[in-house]
Design a protein around this ligand. Sequence first.
Ligand SMILES: Nc1ncnc2c1ncn2[C@@H]1O[C@H](COP(=O)(O)OP(=O)(O)O)[C@@H](O)[C@H]1O
Ligand SMILES: O=c1ccn([C@@H]2O[C@H](COP(=O)(O)OP(=O)(O)O)[C@@H](O)[C@H]2O)c(=O)[nH]1
Ligand SMILES: [Mg+2]
Length: 222
Amino acid sequence: SVLNQEKGRIPKKEKPPFITFVLGGPGSGKGTQCAKIVENFGFTHLSAGDLLRNEISSNSENGAMILDTIREGKIVPSNVTVKLIQRAIESSDNDKFLIDGFPRTEENRRTYERIIGAEPNIVLFFDCPEDEMVKRVLSRNQGRVDDNKDTVRKRLEVFTSLNLPVINYYSQKGKLYKIRAVGTEDEIFEQVRPIFAAVESLLKLYDDSTRSNKDLLIFKVP
Ligand SMILES: Nc1ncnc2c1ncn2[C@@H]1O[C@H](COP(=O)(O)OP(=O)(O)O)[C@@H](O)[C@H]1O
Ligand SMILES: O=c1ccn([C@@H]2O[C@H](COP(=O)(O)OP(=O)(O)O)[C@@H](O)[C@H]2O)c(=O)[nH]1
Ligand SMILES: [Mg+2]
């Protein structure tokens, strides 16, 4: 019976989701590679920048403040961003997520851990030279208020001073997968693919039992 089949199994919603943080400077190719991971491995892509831009366009109470912050290349208060991420995770049926462009600061990271009560399973870092990032951002053509020379310079400064410490933190924890983010989109994805192939087989192993974050913290990519 249905009841017997369900016996001893943990309902999907109660399994902790598999969380990947996707980090890298502006224009390093985070969004581009996330789209390929979604296509090939069925993850749900949550871009922190997109969630914030949605708040601006839906005229939410924080919209004006978020627009000013993005225009300056600064960081939106952590509780605002974390709540948007939390809402997006909770309203999804999927159990594997790419959180793209977050955490931007150590304070972002600690706020996420406090509110969500978990750490990411793995962290990707798209490592790209500054001149290449600037070139890509200035030719992105998505009509973004922050894709101009002045704001890009500020975003690069914020990246170096505030985001690199987060990347170092996860490196020390053994959770960081560093990708050399130069070359064609496909060449870069060939560095990404084996990581998610390994994740996929690991998740299959755990699919019918309790999936505790602890079990998935550390694994080796072949
Ligand atoms: N490997 C690549 N080579 C050249 N241009 C790229 C590459 N990957 C992405 N781009 C382009 O660079 C711009 C920034 O990429 P995007 O994925 O939006 O980066 P991020 O999300 O890290 O800011 C986009 O216009 C994208 O089409
Ligand atoms: O967690 C986040 C993510 C983004 N931003 C703001 O949103 C902008 C754009 O972020 P996005 O990730 O879209 O930019 P990308 O790195 O993809 O160019 C950043 O410069 C910040 O001002 C933020 O404050 N907190
Ligand atoms: Mg992006």
